[in-house]
Write a protein that binds this ligand. Sequence first.
Ligand code: S3P
Length: 438
Amino acid sequence: MNITSTPNCSLHGVANCPGDKSISQRVLMIASLINDQMKIRGFLHADDPLCTLSSLNQIGADIEIDKKGIIRIKKRKKPFINSKKPLDLGNSGTGLRLMLGMTSGLGLELSFQGDTSLSSRPMGRVIKPLIKMGVSMESLNEMLPIKIFPSKLKRSFIYELPIASAQVKSCILLAGLASGNSVTVIEPIQTRDHTERMLKNFGAKLEINSIEGKNVIHLKEGSSLHAKDYQVVGDISSASFLIVGALISKSKKLKILDVGMNSTRTGILKVLDQMGANIHITNLRVESGEPLADIVVHESHLKGVELRGSIIPNIIDEIPIISIAAAFAEGETIIRDASELRVKESDRLKAISAGFNKLGVKYKNFDDGIKIYGNPASLILSNPISIDSYDDHRIAMSFLIAGLKCNKPITVTKCMNIFTSFPNFIELTSSLGYQIEK
Ligand code: S3P
């Protein structure tokens, strides 16, 4: 599926923020383990969480979606079951890594598969700690296809993360929760803490301490959780496309409702503030243990920024759209310490550079980042151009937003993956004044 932009548009009006993908994935798994009746509202009905939902039902969970889109968790009558058919996590790294932890903890025998992108992503980061925990598993050079076998896990397991990864942290916590064993995860750099918040929200015995500057997360043995209805907050990673779109286009005012404001995810707002963005936060409140707010954005004159070190995990999913903001900012933007971008749904540093080549944006590559030479003026292209999304939702949406600042239409190719995280992107941007068409 290719999508083409319309020149000379802007983003304005009021938007509902789509549900948070990370939280939607986690709540399905944790609610299935709690195994009692529960309603989940605000869920993201996108391909990634829906793959997790069907995988959970395949191993015996009883999850339904009602006519209003509310997720209904039913009480299972039987224990979880093995499945001869592989669990297919599609494009979702979070789905796969977290499900590996949960199902290993349950002692199931399963095999896992995914699409071409997921099959080429590194899984050693979760395979290594799970094997240390006692899980017996097979993989193809630490990639998919992966098989797990029923195993007895260590009663107490301590692991220090060698890379900053919320997925690895959550995989271990879910293995501990599902097996009833105690686990301690030490994270040197803070990553998104949705799993910890959700476990606490449902009553788990979880302790978090800061020791010598590191986060030490301890889940006690036999942590039992209690069912209650859950509200998923909006996804700030999805909101970021709209925010940057309003900042770089002639937007009078764009308001985005119900955006998740967890401080392990709001690095994008700090970065944009440093760049000179005119953004206001209103109506701050808390739902199901996660803060949320409404965000008001006006067109702004942006300037370049330097990003490296501990902020990077906080903005890792937003770097493609920050790169677009940087391309239309005054001065240089430097992004370093971001080599993780090379192993996301695509090699995002390569994909950003390839798109910039087409647009004529000047940049310099590093192994772990990029330097972007920005220019606030609209891009004058002599012809309509086509940009490869590399089958990556965040690359596709980033370059479609760049189309707001181009005098000619841009066609972004292979955009199907937008459905993994932001299924109503086309309809929503169109309703906000930016016509993009299949
Ligand atoms: C996610 C964590 C991040 C992020 C991904 C979602 C999660 O990955 O890039 O899109 O839901 O835990 P890492 O934890 O591997 O950095």
